[in-house]
Design a binder for this molecule. Sequence first.
Ligand code: ATP
Ligand code: MG
Length: 334
Amino acid sequence: MALDVALDIGTSNTRLATTDRGIVFDEPTMVAIDTNSGRVIELGHGALDMVARTPRHVVVFRPLAQGATVDFDVTSRLIAGLFDRAGVSKMSRARVVMSVPSLATSIERRALRQAAIQAGAREATLIEAPIAAAIGMGLPVQDPIGSAVTVLGAGASEAAIISLGGIVTGSARRLGGNDLDAAIATSLRIQLGVVVAPAVIESLKFALASALGRTKGRSEVVLARTVDRGDLVEIDVDADLVNAAVLEVVTTTVRMIQECLGDAPPDLSQDVSARGLTLAGAHAQLSDFAELIATHTGVAVSVAEEPNTVVIRGLRLCLEEMSSLHSLYRDADR
Ligand SMILES: Nc1ncnc2c1ncn2[C@@H]1O[C@H](COP(=O)(O)OP(=O)(O)OP(=O)(O)O)[C@@H](O)[C@H]1O
Ligand SMILES: [Mg+2]
């Protein structure tokens, strides 16, 4: 029997689930390739650990940026490697359900689908991330009721109101948690004259960033290198610096959600006022984000349970649905 696969390839993290085993992969979207043979050497955490430690013929890639494939061939190799890891043989011609940002262009969608086919999939069905998220949260997406969801990822942010199985109004931006990290890095360079490792920047964000600036007065000591001489120094980073740095992206995200809610027809607006808005995606865990959004939209906002895996859980449910439909067809064929 062909194994079916749900796949959420994000800018930062990739998740893979099968109908029978659930989520079997949830690791960084990274792949280490031997450029001599073209062979995939490591995926996910294994590839991340190889960064800056590889011999010349091994290159570690991040094949996505801002939610979109920037390297078709590497994406396809990543998918093939994931199939391998999940025990899906190339011969089994798996059926794949994948998420795609709602703002993806038709070229980006085709590239993603083709990458899966080239990796050995028999067919690849794309589902827009807000719809997958709404299904993953158990919202009544097929009903004539407005469900408001916002997916906040590393490279894409999307707000949507869903009813009768589709997006009625939506707005999206190619920015997310990664842009917060980039803004913090820029401020550290300009204001303190230092360069800090990406993982340390992210830990500063986790410890000090608050969408409402509630971390005022806190600080963290981290290791950095001076820009001018490259000396290793300890610096004390203030929460004010971090909160000022992330403000612009946070504000843009709130505006995006306001735009989506503002475009909704009156009946759906009423549904959203009554039922609230749910946030998914790992970046939704930014401290006080939900509260800030609630203040600026006048709608009750909550963060989904396990926001990181909402999309992949939704895709897995779609897969189950498709499998049962297929078995219905098979029954009818007899
Ligand atoms: N507790 C947290 N607080 C704030 N940000 C967080 C937290 N946990 C994770 N993040 C951020 O969430 C982002 C990753 O989110 P997610 O895994 O949903 O993205 P993705 O699916 O890879 O990207 P995309 O869907 O945008 O292509 C990173 O920027 C990470 O720093
Ligand atoms: Mg994502």
